[in-house]
Design a protein around this ligand. Structure first.
Ligand SMILES: [Zn+2]
Ligand SMILES: [Zn+2]
Length: 350
């Protein structure tokens, strides 16, 4: 197998700082239950920026260096292991969840793979898709043929790379063990990055009465003018049943508590190492609930998002900011140049 250009994160020789390098890496031959995927698109995630630009404080213990990052990818199967069933065909367009549980522990058995202490995470503890070829288990592999059949290969595979970021708000909002979602609720989303956008998009298709997104960046407000949710620059004054944060801006979160409706739910989807102070008396008086999640691989999350995308019910295309080369991605990571939406690394051009 030929070696391929890959972005590798490692400690710089001078010390503890992590830096990104472009290195040639030879893909691993698939074992019995694995497939080799030719990557088409891979999203650059906030966690990749965090891993590439500090000494891993925020994701300490979660990622292992040296590492090829990349957990938001789509591609096609080019080689199969011996025991991979016939339903997986060469050329099949696919995506994979990033958390591969052991399959045997109590958490895996109930689909909460991210609590599995023997789990592997693509792009965090095992090689990800900032490279043209990646070998992954079929365990958490999903076909996105239903999406490419509708949108064609180019757009279909780009949409496929967005399914992972959609899976985070999906799991947080629609996991029945955390809240009792019903259509007709008023939703406020803080922040219109890819996660906030996906949260608003999903709430809208799930029957929310109104979806409002607070976004300070005027360019983003313009860019998402046609989005089903209303984008505003200031926190509204009316009450909301759900307040979903994707900013980690604790001043904004603190203020938003005052506009949570009685029995309202605040959901934190942002990751920050900063501490946040909350007025718990207000939580008691209003019967509010605040929760967060770390997993995005609940049993039905991925197949349901794939069905929504294939049915053209989501606005994912709007959140794609740019498609860049691997070289450009390295510069973006180094300079922390976050986009006005999701930046995808494209291995087959735009
Ligand atoms: Zn991500
Ligand atoms: Zn397990």
């Amino acid at each position: 197998m030929k070696s391929n250009e890959s972005i590798v994160l490692d400690f710089a020789s001078s010390g503890k700082k992590v830096s990104a390098k472009i290195v040639y890496v030879t893909p691993r031959k698939p074992r019995d239950n694995e497939v080799l995927i030719k990557v088409s698109f891979c999203g650059i995630c906030g966690s990749d920026f965090a891993m590439a630009n500090n000494s891993g404080k925020r994701y300490q213990g979660v990622f292992q260096l040296p590492l090829v990052p990349g957990h938001e990818f789509s591609g096609v199967i080019v080689e199969k292991g011996k025991t991979v069933s016939r339903e997986w065909e060469i050329g099949e367009p696919v995506i994979s969840e990033e958390t591969i549980g052991c399959g045997m522990c109590n958490y895996c058995k109930v689909g909460k793979f991210h609590f599995c202490t023997n789990s592997k995470k693509i792009g965090f503890t095992i090689p990800g898709a900032y490279t043209q070829y990646v070998t992954v288990s079929v365990n958490r592999l999903w076909s996105i043929k239903s999406i490419t059949d509708v949108f064609g290969k180019s757009l279909g595979l780009k949409l496929g790379a967005l399914i992972q970021p959609y899976s985070i708000p999906y799991s947080a909002i629609f996991d029945g063990s955390r809240n009792n979602w019903k259509p007709g609720k008023n939703i406020l989303v803080l922040g219109c990055g890819p996660i906030g956008f996906a949260a608003a998009d999903l709430c809208f298709v799930a029957g929310a009465a109104r979806v409002v997104v607070v976004e300070k960046d005027s360019e983003k407000i313009k860019k998402f003018k046609k989005f089903s949710a209303k984008i505003v620059s200031e926190l509204p004054t009316n009450k909301f049943d759900y307040i979903i944060d994707s900013t980690g801006d604790f001043e904004l979160i603190k203020k938003s508590v005052s506009i949570a409706a009685p029995f309202g739910t605040l959901i934190s989807l942002s990751r920050t190492s900063k501490k946040i102070e909350l007025d718990t008396e207000n939580f008691a008086r209003q019967n509010l609930c605040f929760y967060s999640i770390d997993g995005n691989s609940l049993l039905e999350t991925y197949p349901n998002i794939i069905q929504l995308m294939a049915a053209n019910r989501l606005s994912g295309k709007m959140i794609i900011d740019q498609v860049v080369s691997l070289q450009k991605a390295k510069t973006i990571l180094e300079k922390q140049r976050k986009g006005k939406g999701k930046i995808l690394i494209g291995f087959e051009g735009k």
